[in-house]
Design a protein. Sequence first.
Length: 115
Amino acid sequence: MLSVPATAFLLESILNAFGGAQYSVGWYLSRADVLIATAFLVIALLYETNRLARFLSASERRLSGLISGVADALIIVDSRGLVASVNPAGASLFGFDAEALAVRRSRGCSPSTTW
């Protein structure tokens, strides 16, 4: 993708060499080509961001499927001590549904707080 700005820079240099003076046709063309190169760069960045978002979404779905499919209780706790994720086996172990368990602190999950 860096070939677009490099091509724009080369084209601008050539147009400036032939156009020379400011406000000549070459000067305006070199400015137009920078705008076009910038537009291509923005479009390429948006495309790449969209591609990475789709990849991340697919990865999250796969991980969620793996966690849900495990027969053992899995509880994922974040650095603040909040339950970030729980699989169905973990929710049934503590007698909560997964959504109610996800907003609790890890110590509040079990009746005895001896974690």
